[in-house]
Design a protein around this ligand. Structure first.
Ligand SMILES: NC(=O)c1ccc[n+]([C@@H]2O[C@H](COP(=O)([O-])OP(=O)(O)OC[C@H]3O[C@@H](n4cnc5c(N)ncnc54)[C@H](OP(=O)(O)O)[C@@H]3O)[C@@H](O)[C@H]2O)c1
Length: 265
């Protein structure tokens, strides 16, 4: 039995991509549109959203996820128009390489605010709208089940070098997504977690090191949709890299620190 209801097609689904103006979120939104989804796209930059999704059939909801109550405002506007999303990709995230010797507290706080704290704002807003409807929907085969898909990272498996706040924020998000799954499953809401390895986007363009098993945003979007079609909880890719990261996760500290130290040279 799959952990989630497999999503075989996005046709007719109302899909909200938070973080659709660039990178993986944009590629995902493009693929959702191509599959016939009713699409809502969000990000802070209205111009970038307009350029990426010029079709009038796409709803543009510009907001900053770190603004308290921003997600609630968006959903309160969408729901009465019949645009309450039933599938949400919470993709928006921030990353800056942070060598520990000169890390900035402001940067660290911003990364944690964006990658973790803002997720609670989104979750609260979604539950306010979904919970009153979820149980009856889950019984009704003619309506899609609500599904929340969090975008995290393999950097959340263990504390990685140059990722002082990024690893911590994604570790927190991984734990939060597990809690969401356990508590929302009986309420009729599916939850999944995406942990990509390296994907070529503006986020990773600042990395000065060679990124192993680097894939494109389009490949990442395809792998995400494949994972949803299998109904798994955790979607991770590319496997040639993520299985190695999973192995690192189970190593004892002594071995893990030695290996990472060796890699750093
Ligand atoms: N690239 C990778 O190698 C990689 C690997 C593992 C995990 N991930 C995760 O995958 C997700 C997407 O990464 P990406 O590489 O595609 O990044 P990206 O190209 O920088 O795109 C990030 C998206 O998030 C939006 N965003 C960022 N901060 C926001 C805010 N405060 N409010 C609203 N929207 C915001 C951006 O829109 P605006 O700029 O318009 O606001 C943009 O649409 C992130 O969660 C990241 O941590 C990425």
């Amino acid at each position: 039995m799959p952990l989630n209801t497999p999503i075989l097609s996005l046709k007719g689904r109302t899909v909200w991509v938070v973080g659709a103006s660039a990178g993986i979120g944009q590629a995902l939104a493009e693929q959702a549109l191509a599959q016939g989804a009713r699409l809502i796209v969000s990000g802070r930059r209205a111009q970038a959203l307009a350029e990426a999704f010029p079709s009038e059939s796409v709803k543009h909801m510009v907001f900053d996820i770190t603004e308290r109550g921003g997600a609630q405002r968006v959903l309160d506007a969408l729901a009465p128009e019949g645009w309450l999303p039933d599938l949400v990709f919470w993709v928006a995230g921030d990353y800056k390489p942070q060598p520990i010797a000169d890390f900035s507290v402001d940067d660290a706080r911003q990364v944690i605010e964006t990658n973790l704290l803002a997720c609670y704002d989104g979750l609260r807003a979604l539950l306010n709208h979904w919970l009153p409807l979820a149980a009856s929907r889950a019984q009704d085969a003619s309506q899609p089940k609500f599904h929340l898909c969090w975008f995290s990272s393999v950097a959340g498996y263990r504390g990685l070098p140059l990722a002082l706040s990024y690893s911590a924020s994604k570790a927190g998000l991984n734990a939060m997504a597990e809690t969401c799954f356990v508590e929302l499953k009986p309420k009729g809401i599916d939850v999944s977690l995406v942990c990509p390895g390296f994907v070529k986007t503006r986020l990773t363009d600042g990395n000065a090191f060679t990124m192993p098993a680097l894939i494109s945003a389009e490949e990442a979007a395809q792998a995400t949709l494949r994972g949803l079609s299998r109904g798994v909880f955790e979607i991770h890719y590319p496997k040639r890299f993520t299985w190695f990261m999973k192995l690192l996760r189970v190593l004892p500290y002594r071995l893990y620190f030695w290996l990472v130290g060796k890699t750093l040279g």
